[in-house]
Unconditional design. Structure first.
Length: 615
């Protein structure tokens, strides 16, 4: 358990948060949300003791161990396994299988575990740091973007790991679906305040939006009434017979506090422009294959894919299997090893690649870099796009060399907005974006009328966007005609089919017992799916009913609130008393429904997880 009282932190004139008092109680898994630059990482560093607050205290029980995921890399052992085993508690030092199990879940093969840590890429070295943290078994986990550098299989393993975590954790991630699947509570940094509530991010953002709407309506009504009072005073100040009434109104004005106008919060506003497309087919791949050289095995081979107008195709699979290379071949950056890629003459492709950040000119400003990517070389247009990407005013004159990874990603995305396209090729575009920016990007992609081919490990994007998949798994690449949900139900990931042997997710593919045909296996899976649907149906029905009740109650609260504001403006005392009571009762009922919905949702998620493991 962690207790935070009256915490404040500023950098120069910028206050990140002020007077924060919040507890993280036993067993709570808390997701921390907020825009980039609003202090999420600083808040974690304060709890870890790596920074000092301006005021306030953070207390924990004696002997309470806090584990913090660090991005700094400092390895001393000769193998990955012995390095990871350093994290084991003293009483578990001889149980290296625990480290092996976590490493396997994070994507290390048995042979990887015997290699020196520094022979791996930076992404895998960060995974090793995460493994050391997880095996250390702290009471409280502090996690800042733990899914960075993880592929979809490792992310799904980590999701299951955190859901079974018995201690407390505080999680920062841009992946909303991952956060919602893992956490019991959501805590947000908003307008220099930090607030925690039970439930997922949808409930948190919905509550904040409702409260701000009520605040703004109240402010407008108070200001209108104040102007009416000021007008009354001006007209009748000189009337001797009304002097008492005028003085009363003056005293009322002096006592009355007008709520501050809420300052506007900047948001990214993607708007991908559509280039005309004469053909129904934009790109056609036939028997496509690629290998880096004759010394390396083929990354993919025999791949046939047609990309048409309006297609939404996700490229998915573990890291290192060729997804980014495949996208670069589609974009024309690499020549196919075998087969062909044919693009229609009117195809206008916009490509966002992971390595493209390195191609930004460090000595250019943001505006200069955007101008360089604009065929019209228009400074005015570049300025507009810079503002859209949250580089306003002098921020647009920053040099590329001083930008963070997230800011450079925004510059690259901004270049895609400068000219029209009918096909967007996007390689992990959500890396370094905050949750709000990810939502804005997803919304823009859904509305874009051209085609989208996207490499992503973000399951919210996969469920919301993908209509077809190119799957890199089981040592091959193949097109799957269906949604991501269809894929999970009908095929699934190879590593998730293996038994938990202490090295879950690795080793040879499990063979079916002798005499058991694929047909029988499919029949058994169909039977289990039917049983799962029957088992989950009552809870799903109850969840839907509670969600309807919550929506209706929220609308009723809003309606009564408006009536209360109107009654306050007219000075109707009886109506104010009646409506205040009604509003209080509605809010109590809404809170009870929220709590019940939270409990039912947790039970539904638990059962779904059990069925997922069975299947």
């Amino acid at each position: 358990m962690l207790k935070i009282e009256n915490l404040s932190k500023s950098y120069g004139t910028q206050a990140l948060f002020e007077g924060v008092t919040v507890n993280i109680n036993r067993g709570e898994r808390v997701g921390l949300v907020g825009r980039n630059g609003h202090g999420k990482t600083t808040f974690l560093r304060l709890i870890a003791g790596e920074e000092t607050p301006d005021s306030g205290i953070i207390t924990a029980p004696r002997g309470y161990r806090i584990g913090h995921l660090r991005q700094q890399l400092d390895f001393t052992e000769s193998t990955v396994l012995t390095e990871a085993a350093l994290g084991l508690p003293e009483e578990d030092k001889d149980q290296s299988w625990k480290a092996e199990k976590v490493l396997a879940g994070l994507g290390f093969s048995r042979s990887d575990m015997e290699r020196p840590p520094y022979t791996f890429s930076g992404g895998y070295q960060v995974r090793l740091n995460l493994a050391k943290l997880l095996v250390s078994d702290p009471d409280f986990l502090l996690l800042d973007e733990p899914t960075n550098y993880l592929d979809i299989v490792a992310i799904r393993w980590l999701e299951r790991f955190f859901r079974s975590w018995r201690g407390e954790l505080l999680l920062v991630t841009h992946d909303r679906s991952f956060m919602d699947s893992v956490t019991t509570h959501t805590m947000g940094i908003h307008r220099r305040r930090i607030r925690k509530m039970p439930g997922d991010t949808a409930r948190y953002y919905g509550q904040i939006a409702l409260e701000e709407e009520v605040h703004e309506k109240s402010r407008i009504n108070i200001e209108r009434k104040r102007k009416q009072t000021e007008e009354f005073i001006r007209k009748f100040r000189a009337k001797a017979r009304l002097v008492g009434l005028v003085q009363s109104r003056i005293r009322t004005l002096e006592k009355q506090k007008v709520p501050d106008r809420l300052e506007a919060i900047r948001s990214m506003d993607f708007n991908f422009r559509l280039a005309p497309m004469e053909s129904k087919v934009i790109i056609q791949c036939r028997d496509l294959g690629y290998r880096w050289s004759s010394e390396f095995p083929e990354l993919f081979a025999g791949l046939d894919l047609t990309v048409g107008r309006g297609d939404r195709i996700a490229v998915v699979g573990p890291n290192g299997k060729g997804k980014s290379t495949f996208l670069r071949v589609l974009a024309g950056e690499l020549e196919p090893g075998t087969g062909t890629v044919g693009a229609h003459g009117t195809a206008r492709m916009g490509f966002y690649g992971q390595t493209n950040v390195e191609r930004l000119e460090p000595n250019r400003t943001v505006v200069e870099e955007l101008v360089a990517g604009d065929p019209d070389r228009s400074v005015q247009k570049a300025r507009g796009v810079a503002g859209t990407m949250m580089f306003e005013g002098d921020a647009a004159l920053k040099k590329i060399s001083v930008l963070s990874g997230g800011e450079k990603s925004r510059v690259l995305l901004g270049r895609l907005l400068l000219e029209p396209h009918n096909l967007l090729l996007l390689d992990e575009p959500t890396n370094h974006l905050d949750m709000d920016s990810c939502e804005a990007l997803l919304s823009a992609l859904v509305q874009f009328e051209g085609a989208v081919v996207i490499v992503t490990h973000n399951e919210m994007f996969l469920h919301s966007l993908a209509q077809r998949l190119v799957v890199f798994d089981r040592g091959r690449s193949a097109v799957f005609e269906g949604t991501y949900r269809n894929f999970l139900d009908e095929v699934g990931w190879e590593s998730e089919e293996l038994p938990d042997t202490g090295t879950r997710g690795h080793g040879d593919t499990e063979k079916l017992p002798k005499g058991e045909s694929k047909k029988e296996a499919r029949k058994e899976k169909a039977r289990l799916l039917k049983e799962k649907a029957r088992d989950l149906a009552p809870l799903k029905e109850k969840t839907e009913g509670l969600e309807r009740e919550v929506r209706e109650l929220e609308l009723e609260v809003e309606k009564v609130n408006e009536e209360l504001i109107a009654a306050s403006n007219s000075g109707d005392g009886d109506a104010i008393a009646s409506l205040s009571k009604q509003l209080s009762e509605l809010k109590d009922e809404l809170e009870r429904n929220y709590e019940e919905l939270f409990g039912v949702t947790e039970e539904l998620e638990r059962l779904e997880q059990e069925w997922s493991e069975k299947l």
